[in-house]
Design a protein around this ligand. Structure first.
Ligand SMILES: [Zn+2]
Length: 602
């Protein structure tokens, strides 16, 4: 595949993926009885079970897209009614192209109005949006349902303004705001306490009892609530951690752990068992680590969870890694690559053979970069095989193999078998030992393009690490094409971003040239609801990149040390993590302290 093609596909041209995703959000309205039954029995998560047919006109799709890309959901005012009576009814259905609400347009909190029967809302398929200036605004599936509108008008003595909503979204909002499915964690925990207040801490229960506990409705709701909240906040992991006298639940968001309201200690066994059941793990086995997977549909998105348990002193500790396909940024450009590095890297990735390494500690975004690279190279004429531990995302058209040392399927042994499968491109999850390194180099020498990762702090460190493992220098120099080092930095929240005075000492610690630090404006997030008062929202990568040319090859042949390699890289003007980080500070993307935090080890 040509270089130009690759650049084009690397995300520089917009794909239509977004549009098609929007289309799939538009659901076919369903018969009311069916909706009713569904929502009643399966409050929240199980909504995924409903099939989702797609329907929609191009006009509609565009509207949706616009609404979605503007970012934060519209806030609805739930003020007190001012004019007590007015007979007028606003109906938007008379308009030619009615706007249909996106699920984001629904309020976050129940609207402050005297109780409306849950059954009535469900049966007539409407939900309150706001009460403001004497107008009661509702979302409704059937705008022609004058009976319901009249009934509301009569009951509340307010004008009734109607917006069209999708039945699924409305029923969802009813459950979420007024139904049993959406209660605060606090309420659920309280309610669960009434049902499961046997005071046991779950140390000696038998399997049958555990299964019963885990199937209690409040426990199911509690676990669902924890999972949905985590996904909606954009967490990457949910941690369930038992301690001597408490049971903690924490979310990892943008790489940082934060506490969630913790359920009482006596629910520990029930909650852990519930998640284990969902992941099809053996709930009676609590002394050995276990791994499993859960696949759920949450808010129209397919979300995979990787579940792992380990026995600790005070019970099983469980972690759910959230593998949200939609947040996996499969386009290199969106990963924060500077344009020049992106072009060089893509040119390298279009070579027919050789080895490309991505380095960085755990959680530095290496997997995203490699998956993005593979999706870029993924075409019918390329056979791609990966060897991973674990397989994080399934890539269509890619043969992915899970390493399993228990049956002696290691990176090294797997790689030897892979080569016999005649691949063009190979991804080896990680090079940890000499055997894997040798096999990797061997396959790169014999006409394969091989990608792998190493846990080194920077790009020059990768060469030293491989040489230290005992890899032959001349083999390494003749196969290595390039090394990419990377980190993830948090992005300043755009809702509360403000200019700040620079801290000279912090900037000095980056050891930049004086001309680089001139005329730079610094920003910081003040903290707001949108970023949960952290001042940051989302992450992006910073990169260091070395393309191996003759000079570097000579150095490797001479077994030069890391310092010499680094000096050569600087002399050649290669970007370093700090330099690229600094560019992102200059662009107002992140803060100086973020750069220092993630490059501390340098
Ligand atoms: Zn903010």
């Amino acid at each position: 595949m040509g270089y130009d093609n690759l650049i084009k596909q690397s995300g520089l041209n917009k794909t239509t993926e977004k549009a098609s995703r929007r289309i799939s959000k538009i659901n076919k309205p369903r018969r009311k009885e069916e909706q009713d039954r569904n929502t009643r029995e399966t409050p929240y998560l199980a909504k995924k079970e409903r099939d989702r047919n797609t329907r929609g006109t191009p006009h509609f799709v565009k509207k949706q897209q616009d609404a979605d890309t503007t970012g934060a959901p519209e806030k609805h005012d739930s003020g007190v009614p001012e004019t007590p009576f007015s007979g007028q009814i606003f109906r938007t259905h008379s308009r030619k192209n009615p706007d249909v609400l996106s699920y984001r347009d629904y309020p976050k909190e129940p609207v402050d109005i005297d109780s409306i029967s849950l059954e009535f809302m469900k049966k007539s398929c409407f939900v309150p949006l706001s009460v403001y200036n004497g107008t009661f605004e509702i979302a409704m599936a059937d705008l022609k349902d004058a009976d319901t509108i009249d009934a509301l008008k009569f009951a509340y003595g307010l004008q009734v303004a109607v917006k069209k909503g999708k039945p699924d979204d409305i029923l969802d909002a009813i459950e979420r705001l007024y139904g049993n499915g959406r209660q605060s964690l606090e309420t659920i925990i309280e309610e669960a306490g009434k049902d499961i207040s046997n005071g046991e801490n779950g140390a000696e229960e038998d399997e049958g009892h555990l299964r019963d506990l885990a199937s209690e409705a409040p426990i199911i709701r509690l676990v669902n609530r924890l999972i949905v909240d985590a996904v909606e906040i954009g967490a990457s992991d949910i941690h369930f951690e038992p301690y001597e006298d408490e049971f903690k639940v924490r979310y990892r968001i943008d790489g940082v752990l934060s506490d969630v309201e913790s359920p009482p200690k006596q629910f520990q066994a029930a909650i852990i068992s519930r998640v284990k059941l969902m992941a099809k793990l053996n709930i009676s086995e609590r002394r050995l680590p276990q791994d499993g997977r859960i696949k759920l549909r949450i808010r129209d998105k397919e979300v995979d969870f990787r579940v792992s348990t380990v026995p600790t002193l005070f019970g099983e500790s469980l972690v759910m890694r959230i593998l949200n396909r939609e947040t996996l940024l499969l386009e290199l450009q969106k990963l924060g690559f500077p344009q020049d590095i992106l072009e060089q890297y893509v040119r390298l990735a279009s070579q027919p053979y050789g080895m490309i390494l991505v380095t960085g500690p755990t959680g530095s975004g290496k997997t995203s970069t490699l998956y993005a690279t593979l999706s870029l190279l993924n075409s019918p004429e390329n056979k791609i095989i990966t060897l991973e531990d674990p397989v994080e995302y399934q890539l269509r058209g890619v043969n992915q193999i899970q390493v399993n040392p228990k049956i002696e399927l290691t990176f090294a042994s797997g790689l030897r078998s892979i080569v016999r499968q005649d691949p063009d491109i190979i991804l080896v999850g990680e090079i940890r030992d000499r055997e894997t390194a040798d096999t990797a180099i061997q396959s790169a020498l014999t006409g394969h393009l091989l990608f792998s990762t190493l846990h080194t702090n920077d790009a020059p460190g990768a060469v030293s690490r491989l040489l230290d493992m005992g890899v032959e220098n001349f083999l390494l120099s003749s196969t290595l094409l390039g090394i990419l080092a990377q980190r993830l930095v948090r992005i300043i929240c755009r809702d509360c971003k403000e200019e700040i005075k620079s801290d000279a000492r912090l900037i000095d610690s980056l050891r930049l040239e004086p001309h680089e630090t001139k005329d730079v404006r610094f920003y910081e997030g003040r903290g707001c609801d949108a970023c949960r008062h952290t001042g940051f929202r989302g992450r992006t990568g910073i990169f260091e990149y070395i393309a191996i040319d003759d000079d570097f090859r000579n150095m490797i042949n001479k077994r030069a040390g890391m310092d010499q390699m680094r000096a050569l890289a600087l002399k050649k003007g290669c970007s370093t993590l700090r330099r690229d980080g600094w560019q992102k500070v200059r662009q107002g993307v992140t803060t100086v302290s973020e750069i220092i935090r993630v490059t501390l080890a340098e």
